[in-house]
Ligand binder design. Structure first.
Ligand SMILES: *[C@@H]1O[C@H](CO)[C@@H](O)[C@H](O)[C@H]1NC(C)=O
Length: 326
């Protein structure tokens, strides 16, 4: 049903197919992990860890980031995040860059300056390295009724995200190396937001890709409830196909190995493994570009689940068998 809709959508929209399809410089669906900002040494260690993961050796060679600002930077010293580039080049890890959008124009200008600095320094590598730029992450979710109680409404509006996307594109144009034509610029938000006609309807016409975050855990669904994930993906893909075939990328999904139980959603290593097999292996890997959440995030803190694939003790070995079909 879902693939039928998808292929009909594709067939009828081919002539309109935009730039978005031509833009992805990497052939085939991408597989990678989310990464917090950190130091160069740490990026190198973690990209190498991802490359060596038993069962999926070399398969997860892309990194999604949330900001262009270096960790530990302050408003007075918004140092650009440059530490990621050389380790990414050396380990052939592609990058889905991110600009943080939920702190107002001044903070966003720092993100833009950091992007400019990175382009100045590593721009020639952007061609093979940067598979996309996400302007914002769950900013619309955080301002929505669902997100407000959890995050105090610290998000942003559709109008601002559209304006910010325009500013990023201007920087790519001004750079002069043609990245405005090769690097897709999009936005990441939850699947509920991408289905909401008022919140996201207007944004879909602006983006080169839809970054979808989907967490059955936060919907209190059990790890083996496949529909809790696929229904959202199918709905957003359908909407995207009806609006010119904008590609849908899964920018975050995963299931916690530890943390609070939410109704039928019970964090455990066994359940993280079930979710990896059912959703990762069967629905996503090799089919939809996916950045899993997350390679490593340490042990669960009070009130915070742990989604890390690697065990907290070694930070290197996977907690469960990643081989599909195992
Ligand atoms: C999900 O589980 C949490 C934690 O147990 C609970 O507070 C919340 O009300 C549940 N939500 C729904 C929709 O059942």
């Amino acid at each position: 049903m879902y693939s039928l809709i998808a292929s009909i959508g594709l067939a009828f929209t081919l002539p309109l197919l935009s730039s978005a399809w031509i833009k992805s410089p990497v052939a085939g669906p991408i597989r990678g992990f989310n990464y917090d900002s950190t130091t160069a040494d740490d990026f190198r260690t973690r990209f190498t860890t991802a490359y060596k993961l038993a069962g999926v050796e070399g398969g997860f060679n892309s990194a999604r980031l949330y900001t262009m600002i270096a960790p530990g930077a302050s408003a007075a010293n918004p140092a650009p995040l440059l530490d990621v580039f050389q380790p990414a080049i050396d380990t052939k890890t592609s990058l889905l860059l991110g600009l943080y959008c939920s702190a107002g124009d001044a903070a966003f200008n720092n993100e833009l300056s950091a992007l400019k600095t990175a382009l100045g320094q590593y721009g020639d590598s952007f061609k093979d390295l940067v598979v996309g730029i996400s302007v914002g992450s769950e900013d619309l979710y955080r301002t929505s009724v669902k997100g407000t109680p959890m995050d105090n409404g610290a998000g942003d509006s559709v109008d601002n995200i559209k304006r910010y996307i325009g500013l990023v594109r201007q920087i790519l144009v001004a750079d002069g190396r043609g990245f405005d034509k090769t690097i897709p610029v999009g936005h990441v938000d939850t699947w509920q937001i991408w289905q909401d006609p008022t919140a996201a309807g207007a944004l879909i016409s602006t983006v080169d890709f839809i970054g979808l975050d989907g967490y059955p855990y936060w919907q209190n669904a059990s790890a083996d409830d496949v529909g809790a994930f696929t229904d959202g993906l199918a709905a957003v893909t359908n909407t995207a196909n009806n609006q010119g075939g904008v590609p849908v990328w899964v920018t975050e999904t995963g299931f916690p190995n530890a943390g609070d139980t939410r109704g039928p959603a019970v964090p455990s290593t066994a359940n993280a493994a079930i979710f990896w097999q059912n959703i990762g292996c069967q629905q996503l890997f090799g089919k939809v570009s996916t950045w899993w959440y997350i390679l490593s995030d340490g042990p669960a803190a009070p009130g915070k689940p742990s989604f890390g694939i690697t065990d907290a003790a070694t930070n290197v070995n996977a907690m469960f068998d990643l081989k599909c079909g195992s």
